[in-house]
Write a protein that binds this ligand. Structure first.
Ligand SMILES: C[S@@+](CC[C@H](N)C(=O)[O-])C[C@H]1O[C@@H](n2cnc3c(N)ncnc32)[C@H](O)[C@@H]1O
Length: 225
């Protein structure tokens, strides 16, 4: 899906600058860097993730073009009008979709692109337990048309939006998490905080299986006007 989103971006060459904000350990940054030219900076607020990011970049032999740094998505130390593309998977909803896109707009060159994923309502059916789950997680779900309108309001023309298929959640996220949860429960056997945490992770999976028709992650791509 990262590559599908990348297929809408037509402005990159060897001199391009790309920021991947909320890069985590860099899976999508590596996919991007292997499939398009330019220099990349990954930004994440968690030092441990940035350390793993930089070691993954080394293993992928991309250190000449890709660097990771600790930073805050809403306080970027970059020059205005300097990026050709800002990428962000799985973070923007927790900071505020419109507010964050508005802030990032200043760092893009005119004609530069933004590509982000955000959980969104897919139908007019809005189960209360889903709304509550995302609000409790410090986020909020909006309809695709509302997010597109927000994007346009803060200075982007709309390029594309597409929903991530179910296997991204299941094979790419929930399934690998099962082993991590098992390891946590073994390592912290009898620890109530860990048990509650794992319970809440499993609740998220149940919720998704039950309501997946009504919400999901959507990739939004826009172009700075
Ligand atoms: C769900 S993870 C997604 C990681 C990666 N983009 C991916 O798709 O695998 C969200 C990431 O955003 C980072 N993050 C959250 N708030 C942030 C902020 N204000 N500034 C920078 N990074 C942030 C977290 O540390 C985490 O690595």
């Amino acid at each position: 899906m990262t590559l599908k989103a990348l297929s809408f971006i037509d402005n990159l060459d060897e001199s391009s600058k790309v920021a991947d904000i909320g890069c985590g350990t860099g899976t999508q940054t590596i996919t991007l860097a292997k499939n398009t030219p330019g220099d990349f900076i990954g930004v994440d607020m968690v030092q441990d993730f940035v350390d793993i990011f930089n070691s993954n970049i080394k293993m992928a032999e991309l250190t000449d073009r890709v660097k990771g740094m600790v930073g805050d998505a809403l306080s970027l130390p970059f020059t205005k009008d300097s990026f050709d593309l800002i990428w962000s998977e799985g973070m923007i909803d927790s900071l505020g979709f419109e507010k964050t896109l508005n802030f990032w707009n200043a760092f893009l060159k005119k004609g530069g692109y933004v590509a982000v994923t955000s959980p969104s309502w897919l139908t007019r059916n809005r189960p209360a337990e889903i709304a509550k789950f995302w609000t409790d997680a410090g986020s909020g779900l909006y309809a695709i048309e509302d997010n597109i309108a927000s994007m346009q309001k803060v200075g982007y023309s709309f390029v594309s939006a597409f929903t991530l298929p179910e296997n991204c959640w299941l094979e790419g996220y929930f399934t690998p998490r099962v082993n991590a949860e098992k390891m946590l429960l073994e390592k912290y056997s009898g620890n109530q905080v860990v048990e509650e945490y794992v319970k809440s992770m499993r609740y998220e999976v149940d919720l998704y299986r039950k309501n997946k028709a009504d919400y999901g992650y959507v990739f939004y791509i826009g172009k700075k006007m």
